[in-house]
Ligand binder design. Sequence first.
Ligand code: FUB
Length: 376
Amino acid sequence: MISAKKILAASLTACLSVSYAGAQNPVIQTSYTPDPAPMVYKDRVYLYTGDDIPGTDFYYMTKWRLFSSGDMVNWTDHGVPISLETFSWARDRAWAAQCVERNGKFYWYICAQTINNDMAIGVAVGDSPTGPFKDAIGKPLISTGSWSNIDPTAYVDHDGQAYLYWGNGTLFYVKLNKDMVSYSGDIVEVPQTLETFGGVRRPRGGQNNQNAQSGPAVPNKDMFVEGPWFYKRNGIYYQMFAGMDKGKETLSYSISNGPTGPWKYQGRIMVDQPTNSFTNHGGIIDFRGKSYLFYHTALLPGGGSYGRSTAIEEFTYNADGTIPNINISKEGPKAAGTLNPYKRTEAETIAWAAKCKTSTDAQTGVYVSDIKKEAL
Ligand code: FUB
């Protein structure tokens, strides 16, 4: 049964989506949405994010959220498909994740703190981009006792070989098997030099984001801190990552002719921007002929370094495939399509939800539960 409020909100949303032309960033206003990981599937963008908890003083995160859009402006809230409870081995720190599709199955690579207190990478699997998802193997996929086991990014190359990269301070990869939930060969540590990632990697140590501020004594241009985003476009392999500038994370990138390097540092994509957040974490997609950078800021009211939100900028690659400098904006992307006014659109598809709150229950799924001032 759908409440009157929900029907009212559905109509309201349809109006907003047609006429609304104001700010879009941060793109989700009903919850904090750090570490955005976009995925394009069948003419729709799926946005997998973390969930910052307001009022905390560290990245104590417990769940992962999902949204989708057909036009980059109206985002449908799919709630919380997975949380720490999905993974029996995970106890805290539901950090950055990415979902990729292979042969109609969806593999959501996550990282979390284990019951042994280290960080490990796991994988949930589902039959649709919105799930339901379950822990694919009932144990971590990557577990070496290291705090560097965070921020997985996966890509299935055109020859069918899939790769999983991840890391904090140190960048690693493995070759995934066709099942996407196991791997063959050794875990490989990617060499970091001035030429490959703009600097030598910082010393090993308690790899958390505080330590990321202390780099090595050599004059680096940049360095790999965390948050790799691995993909291929027009024959070029890209490795975007959170680098470092003046004690704050950048988005920087390296490229290669092959999936495992050698990497060549290219520079910074996003640097020195008033994001209000120490960390940054990005994802890049092409959708309907345009290119988009997803990143996070702390610019949602009440936000901060532990209250981060997804933002998006449209951009154009340079002719040689290099990526231009991208600044943050309040406006965000323009609509890349329209909602179909003859098709039912429920209230949880929202263009600007600053005064809305969403909730979930077993019967209705996700629904708009409040429309008022300062609803977050
Ligand atoms: O969200 C927790 C951690 O902060 C992520 O894993 C890092 O990439 C940084 O964004």
